[in-house]
Design a protein around this ligand. Structure first.
Ligand SMILES: Cc1cc2nc3c(=O)[nH]c(=O)nc-3n(C[C@H](O)[C@H](O)[C@H](O)COP(=O)(O)O)c2cc1C
Length: 255
């Protein structure tokens, strides 16, 4: 008898359900044809009011990737990947469009959020598209460590910053052979009709234990409260505290 396909098991679902961030890559090129197919499919992503306030920058040059790797805090995969992609919030082009009609773009927090969301959506679509080809990728928020230096290096005009990057390539076997990283229990993140009033602590503890086992299996020495302990440690002191004035200097507003 023919085995029936599990319900809702589409190619997209398979790709999403197998996602794992990949940080080590084979020495094997990614063709322009394959990359362009992913980038152009991702350009079908929805965008706020059709403003398309994002840009994508593709970097293959080894010296440039090395410099970007340093700016990302020494993340080796940025230098070692065959292709690095930057996802940029870009209000420069809409500013030009305004000028074409003798108007001036009114920068605002809303424009900052819209452009950041647009860049993020297209970045997520690229990740899904490339993973569907069997490529591996990891997003690189470390590109916000030094946004002005990244902008100078890649010659961004005013009104453009890199929201995050993506190291991309063919994954090494060990990068995709392990268990998927567990996620928070569903009731903590999916609320039905009203935001849940339940105490989140028991389920957070459950996740701490599950993640500790996951890290243990990878021989990664972790705090027993693997999730909440990490969160408490990393979020209790300010991170990138100069981000706002830096982005303001680059043409983004927060009011
Ligand atoms: C916006 C964003 C920025 C990220 N930045 C980094 C980064 O700078 N370096 C890194 O190694 N991983 C980075 N990651 C990957 C996350 O650490 C990863 O998605 C998370 O730990 C879950 O693991 P998984 O994707 O393998 O399931 C980033 C992910 C996102 C969504």
């Amino acid at each position: 008898m023919k085995k029936s396909k599990p319900l809702y098991e589409t190619a997209v679902m398979q790709t999403l359900n197998q996602h794992v961030s990949v940080r080590s890559f084979k020495d094997k090129p990614v063709s322009d044809e394959m990359l362009n197919a992913a980038l152009n499919a991702a350009r079908r992503s929805p965008t706020s009011s059709n403003m398309q306030t994002y840009s994508i920058i593709v970097v293959r040059d080894q010296e440039m990737k090395k410099k970007l790797s340093v700016l990302a805090g020494g993340q080796r995969h940025v230098a070692d990947c065959p292709v690095f992609i930057g996802f940029l919030a870009d209000t420069n082009r809409v500013s030009v469009a305004c000028q074409m009609h003798d108007q001036t773009l009114t920068d605002s927090l809303e424009m900052t959020l819209v452009s950041t969301v647009d860049a993020t959506l297209v970045g997520m679509s690229v990740q899904t598209a490339v993973e569907s080809f069997g490529l591996g990728a990891v997003m690189v928020g470390g590109m916000r460590n030094k946004p002005q230096a990244v902008a100078d290096l890649l010659q961004f005009p005013s009104g453009v910053y890199m929201v995050f990057g993506m190291s991309l390539g063919w994954p090494t076997e060990d990068a995709v052979s392990g268990a998927l990283k567990p996620r928070l229990p569903e009731p903590l993140v999916i609320h039905r009709e009203l935001y849940s009033q339940d105490d989140p602590r028991p389920l957070i503890k459950e996740h701490d234990a599950e993640l500790a086992v996951h890290y243990g299996n990878q021989n990664r020495n972790q705090h027993p409260a693997a999730w909440s302990g990490f969160i408490a440690k990393s979020l209790s002191s300010p991170s990138r505290s100069d981000l706002r004035p830096t982005l303001e200097g680059m043409g983004f507003r927060f009011d």
